[in-house]
Design a protein around this ligand. Sequence first.
Ligand code: GAR
Length: 208
Amino acid sequence: MKRIVTLVSGRGSNMQAIHAACVQQGWPAAVVAVVSNRPGAGALDYAAAQGITTAVVDHRAYPSRDTFDDALAAAVDGFRPDLLVLAGFMRILGAAFVRRYEGRMLNIHPSLLPAFPGLHTHRRALEAGCQAAGATVHFVTPELDHGPIVMQSVVPVRPGDDEHRLADRVLATEHSIYPLAVRWFVEGKLAVADGRVRQLAGESQSFS
Ligand code: GAR
């Protein structure tokens, strides 16, 4: 049984989708803890209602990124994770933290990486005249939003889209690709070589 720890900052809809799929599909895994850097995160309410252990490591209580990262790592390690899932976790993690969990930490980012790392991805995609947007599940490496890509969803941009409409449609696909990517990880179906991810059962790593 693989132990999944999720890191969140907000509403946690991706975490909910992963937890629900894990329970309903009977993965060889469990979401054992939800850790937030924000005390008021909606994700904590869902977790508590589901009987999942929660923890808060409030970044505002630490004088530097390194001391926050150390406290976060101590909290996370207490849950003995096999996999760390960043699900709307909006703090940049330092290299030492990332290396500690390298190869067992996934993130979802709301763009077709390597395009638009960072914030305001949908606004920037619209401003650039992109005809397609999407989301990327990737392994986390020290360079922000740049790790090996596990899966991507592609969403057409429609006439009249604004960033909120586009974000909603992309988010709906996130709820499909993130649970699938996590399932592949816990079932041992992912291999990483030369910075590229292969799905060992040959399943498509693209979703539209
Ligand atoms: C999601 O759209 C996720 O891709 C994005 O935040 C949202 C969280 O929603 N993540 C990032 O921007 C990370 N750089 P959720 O809390 O409902 O899962």
